[in-house]
Design a protein around this ligand. Structure first.
Ligand code: 13P
Length: 244
């Protein structure tokens, strides 16, 4: 079985004005260019910074991603960004189905499915997020919820090249809470059976320099999708180094 290289992805969410965003991107790019990173790296800035950050990380080996896209290629969709636009702006990846969009913007599995299809049409790798709420976990439904989200959110045609899946329990995002290592391993094992061979599966939710190494040492965890800690170069880099 080929070894899956680890991927550490930073989801900046709705954070970053030009000056601090550029400084963060340049800092990470300089570290990546100076040494050989222990993993693949991806940064997903807000849409306003995608082109600027892309210029700042050019040549560093760090990949660039968007945080969402519209299912359509173009048209009368005020405020939206298409997968083709992200590709044109230099992106190779796009995060889709993040719980903040599922809960805050009413995205269903069907919505996410259509967006993944759009990402693939544009030649982007979709980073598809799944994860249960606190109530669902307490009701013993975590595995069922994640399995249903996966089957509903993925169109036919998934491959290890066009898809990354991120398991992000809703209750672990931005809270400082994380599932037990056994719980992370259990969900990842179930996801592994549902995905094409060698698909990279990330864990996301309160990953920080203190807990990254033990989470990343789990056999089926192929990296991390990092929120808050991706906004500090030192922390993001420490998490990347934890892949060694
Ligand atoms: P935090 O790392 O801030 O918990 O966010 C995780 C996340 O939502 C990444 O997409």
């Amino acid at each position: 079985m080929a070894l899956r290289s680890k991927l550490i992805a930073g989801n900046w969410k709705m954070n970053g004005l030009r000056a601090p965003g550029l400084a963060l991107a340049r800092d990470i790019a300089a570290r990546a260019a100076a040494g050989s990173p222990a993993c693949d790296l991806l940064v997903c800035p807000p849409a306003t910074l995608v082109i600027l950050v892309g210029e700042a990380i050019a040549g560093s080996g760090i990949a660039l991603g968007g945080q969402d896209c519209h299912p359509k290629e173009n048209g009368a969709c005020t405020g939206d960004v298409s997968a083709e636009m992200l590709k044109d702006a230099g992106c190779s990846h796009v995060i889709l189905g993040h719980s903040e969009r599922r809960s805050g913007c009413g995205e269903t599995d069907a919505t996410v499915n259509a967006k993944v299809a759009a990402a693939w049409r544009a030649g982007l790798t979709a980073v598809v997020c799944v994860g249960e709420t606190r109530a669902e976990r307490e009701a013993g439904l975590a595995t069922a919820v994640v399995s249903a989200q996966l089957s509903g959110s993925l169109p036919a045609g998934a491959t290890a090249d066009n898809l990354v899946v991120a398991y992000e329990p809703v209750w672990a995002i931005g809270t400082g809470l994380t599932p037990t290592l056994d719980d992370i391993a259990a969900i990842h094992a179930v996801m592994r059976t549902a995905l094409p061979p060698q698909t990279r599966m990330l864990y996301g939710g309160s990953v920080n320099p203190g807990n990254a190494r033990e989470i990343l040492s789990l056999g089926d965890v192929d990296g991390a999708l990092v929120g808050g800690a991706s906004l500090k170069a030192d922390d993001f880099w420490a998490i990347a180094e934890a892949c060694r």
